[in-house]
Write a protein that binds this ligand. Structure first.
Ligand SMILES: Cc1cc2nc3c(=O)[nH]c(=O)nc-3n(C[C@H](O)[C@H](O)[C@H](O)COP(=O)(O)OP(=O)(O)OC[C@H]3O[C@@H](n4cnc5c(N)ncnc54)[C@H](O)[C@@H]3O)c2cc1C
Length: 383
């Protein structure tokens, strides 16, 4: 006895749901509108494929902010160690980087995806590419895993939102997340310093401070600290940088009172305060004083954020109140929503992929349990 499940979206969430369901005995078909599967996953591989993070689970869960309680049961049931073990089971070795982030040793997604697709094929999963979702449910159950709205050219174009809204399902507007901010640089600063990293800095916005690294771009700033402050930077234009967070103001002041001698101001700041050329240029660009106070509290005005087309992920999607704790739509029985389609957001660091995988496992298991617990339910002929 079997039952059929259609999965829409061959990204990491859809393929993970397919694996769990096929192992549980379902007849699984995965549809994707693109000519090849998991294009965004492969793109994530270009940056090394940060699969998850090794920090303690409680701190890990905090990264999901308001969505923590919604995602927590799924992530606890399929935590980072389970994801790492799953990768290893595919023959993909992983390592923990100095920041605690977890990557495949090959630092790319293609070997993992190849091994995974072979496994799915062996489990009898049917992959139908260039197949656009019609908005209907044809199988006994359906898992929607069509992703968010960033990088739409990779397939996740959120075209599905209007089909769900037509059914009365609340889909929040998509907003770019994990994206750069725009700042009106002078032509000189932009031409000379775009591409330069600002290492070991702290950034504060909306009362929240984050340490890490940013990169100057022609449009403004991007990188880990900027992404982490995404929710704050959507609310306020104010951004304060501490270019030497590891030194107190008093320590920095003591260094700056050393005799300058014949050194140029730039050389003096480089040697005594340990500032890089881009950090010194940024002080000049912002009109900040070359003092401890200027270095530790450099104010910039943000004019906006990068577009969805450039953002690593998106906030917005199917409102969390539309699904139950198994990710099943309350308004549409036997239809589950997983991955980035749901309205949660997280910073970079492996939190995005982990939540996509964990929600997929939870929904697929609940779907299996529903059919196994009620064998008398009408079931279609297996494919
Ligand atoms: C440049 C970049 C780097 C990233 N790096 C990382 C990283 O290192 N670590 C990390 O955790 N995350 C990273 N991410 C984010 C991560 O890739 C996504 O969160 C993840 O891919 C989302 O998975 P998903 O399965 O929910 O959706 P997606 O991967 O977006 O897959 C959705 C699939 O659904 C298909 N689809 C959409 N609409 C339809 C339709 N109407 N009919 C049929 N098919 C449809 C799409 O073609 C697509 O294949 C990165 C993203 C980008 C853009």
């Amino acid at each position: 006895m079997s039952f059929s499940v259609d999965i829409v979206g061959a990204g990491p969430a859809g393929l993970m749901a397919a694996e769990v369901l096929a192992r549980g005995g379902a007849a699984v078909r995965v549809m994707d509108q693109m000519p090849s599967p998991a294009r965004k996953f492969l793109m994530a591989g270009r940056g090394g494929l940060n699969l998850t993070h090794s920090e303690p689970l409680d701190r890990f869960l905090d990264r999901y902010g308001e969505a923590r309680s919604f995602l927590e049961p799924a992530i606890r049931a399929f935590p980072p160690e389970a994801l790492i073990a799953w990768c290893n089971g595919l023959g993909i070795e992983t390592f923990v980087g100095s920041s605690g982030r977890v990557f495949p040793k090959a630092m790319k997604a293609s070997p993992l995806l190849r091994a995974w697709l072979r496994r799915l094929d062996g489990l009898g999963v049917k992959l139908e590419l260039k197949t656009d979702w019609t908005g209907d449910k044809e199988a006994d159950a359906m898992i929607l895993a069509m992703g968010g709205a960033s990088w739409p050219r990779l397939g996740s174009d959120a075209g599905w939102a209007q089909m769900l809204r037509r059914r009365g399902i609340d889909v929040s507007e998509f907003i770019p997340a994990n994206c750069g901010v725009t700042i009106d640089w002078s032509d000189f600063f932009m031409e000379r310093f775009a591409g330069e990293p600002l290492k070991r800095i702290a950034m504060t916005s909306g009362g929240r401070a984050v340490r890490g690294e940013a990169v100057v771009t022609r449009r403004g700033l991007e990188g880990g600290v900027v992404y982490a402050l995404g929710p704050q930077l959507r609310e306020t234009a104010e951004l304060t940088l501490d270019l030497r967070p590891d030194l107190t103001s008093a320590q920095l002041e003591a260094r700056l009172t050393r005799p300058k001698g014949k050194a140029s101001l730039s050389n003096f700041l480089r040697k005594t305060a340990g500032l890089s050329p881009v950090a010194i240029a940024l002080l000049r660009e912002a009109g900040a004083p070359m003092t401890a106070a200027g270095i530790k509290s450099l104010n910039l005005t943000v004019t906006g954020t990068d577009s969805l087309a450039r953002a690593i992920s998106s906030a917005g999607g199917v409102a969390l109140g539309e699904v139950d704790r198994n990710f099943e739509l309350t308004a549409w029985p036997d239809v589950y929503v997983v991955g980035e389609m749901l309205d949660w957001e997280a910073p970079t660091g492996g939190y995005l992929l982990q939540a996509c995988f964990s929600t997929a496992v939870a929904a697929a298991k609940a779907c299996l349990a529903g059919f196994q617990a009620a064998p008398g339910r009408p079931q279609s002929v297996p494919r």
